[in-house]
Ligand binder design. Structure first.
Ligand code: SAH
Length: 386
């Protein structure tokens, strides 16, 4: 006889994160007109609903059929913190229990959401706290767009008096977006879709440490803006700070980024060059002069990021003088340069300080240490406890 204790429960399809064309095909598959997909998109993203019940312009029988085979499942908010300067940070729990972080930075006239693409990161840039936890897994498209959904919902719906707060999205949270290519592209395309968040393509930015083959593929599927994490003016230094440089050196990376721009219909675009300033490592006048030579005639603007310290990083943030000296040399060479101000310091929301999962691990290792102290002979057992 066949054992029947595992009766298959049909899995519901998560509509959050599903590309618009797939959602259309899904509705057509249910015998509905394609326009139904647009109705659903507006409910899910503009209204922020997660149940079919509230979709008042969708007939009852279709709502019931949808509830049978589909769901709108966003990741869970484990914690929300608001900084004295208005910066907000969400600790977002994704499937399997790991956490990632999402940060909202309000500024005059705009609001930028910094979104994570992976749990941890494989690239191990020497000054980044996310890299210290290693790579755990890719986020799904639902978990990526879900971060925007969570933030947008927390601000209240425009209809109910809240204005649109998220004007820009940067893929600069945890993870390397180009190593989670398909899900990141799907989520970014949703962000730009008018039936979703309708954010302009210039205001959705993918930031990469330089995974060149993936960057070569990006132009065919995305119109997002591009930021490159350069951090050094030559390969020798960059390979120490950003190890992926050993495989894809600066020249190849800059050329690929230029080709990405050239493939866009909008010809006025530039690449944002991110340069984290590390005291005495890459912030000397000679580094600035070498960077100015490297980027002369390159279509870019430079964003200097004074290093945000974290415990045991081994690096220091440069003082104001070193930052302005660096800025001056670049500006005098005719480059467009901005300095990123540090926001949300009181809630550890600054660039490179996002550690989501590490907190969990620390607690786990504390429990492990405590268990080992009590029962030195059961180390293996204790370490496998959740
Ligand atoms: N993997 C992507 C996104 C990383 S986070 C990338 O490398 O572009 C966004 C930026 O913050 C990157 O330029 C990254 O190098 C930088 N960064 C990481 N840790 C930092 C820190 N502690 N202080 C300042 N900038 C940091």
């Amino acid at each position: 006889m066949i054992a029947t204790d595992s009766v298959a429960v049909p899995r519901r399809v998560n509509l959050l994160g599903m590309p618009a064309v797939e959602l259309e095909a899904f509705m057509v598959g249910l015998g509905e007109k394609p326009y139904r997909a647009r109705q659903l998109l507006k409910w899910i993203y503009h209204q922020g609903v997660d149940s079919f019940d509230s979709m008042s312009d969708v007939g009852k029988s279709l709502r019931e059929r949808l509830a049978d085979c589909a769901e709108i499942r966003a990741p869970e908010v484990a914690q929300e913190q608001i900084s004295a300067d208005g910066t907000r940070k969400w600790l977002v729990r994704v499937t399997g229990g790991s956490c990632v972080e999402t940060v909202f930075i309000p500024e005059d006239g705009r609001g930028t959401l910094c979104v994570s693409s992976q749990v941890g990161c494989a690239l191990d840039c020497s000054f980044c706290s996310t890299g210290k936890q290693g790579f755990q897994r890719d986020l799904s498209a639902a978990e990526i767009i879900g971060q925007v959904w969570i933030a947008a919902r927390s601000f209240g719906l425009p209809k109910k008096g809240g204005q649109r707060r998220i004007t820009n999205v940067v893929m600069m949270g945890m993870g390397e977006p180009l190593l989670n290519f398909d899900n990141v592209v799907a989520a970014m395309n949703l962000m730009m879709d008018d039936y979703v968040y309708g954010i302009s393509k210039r205001r959705v930015t993918l930031s990469t440490a330089g995974v060149v083959p993936a960057l070569e593929r990006l132009a065919a599927v995305s119109e997002a803006s591009l930021a490159i994490s350069l951090h050094a003016p030559n390969d020798e230094l960059r390979s120490q700070l950003v190890p992926v440089n050993r495989r894809y050196p600066i020249r190849e990376l800059l050329d690929a980024a230029r080709r990405y721009l050239q493939a866009q219909s909008d010809t006025k675009r530039v690449v944002t060059i991110e340069y984290t300033l590390l005291s005495e490592v890459n912030d000397r006048p000679e580094h600035a002069r070498e960077l100015a030579r490297l980027l002369a005639d390159y279509p870019c603007k430079i964003n200097l990021i004074p290093f945000n310290p974290f415990p045991h990083s081994g690096y220091r943030r440069p003082g104001r003088n070193a930052v302005s000296r660096f800025w001056n040399i670049l500006t005098e060479a005719g480059l467009r340069v901005t300095v990123r101000s540090t926001r949300g310091e009181d809630i550890d929301a600054a660039c490179g300080q996002l550690v989501g999962q590490v907190q969990d691990r620390t607690r786990r290792s504390e429990r492990h240490r405590a268990a080992t102290r009590q029962h030195p002979s059961v180390t293996a057992d204790a370490s496998s406890r959740p």
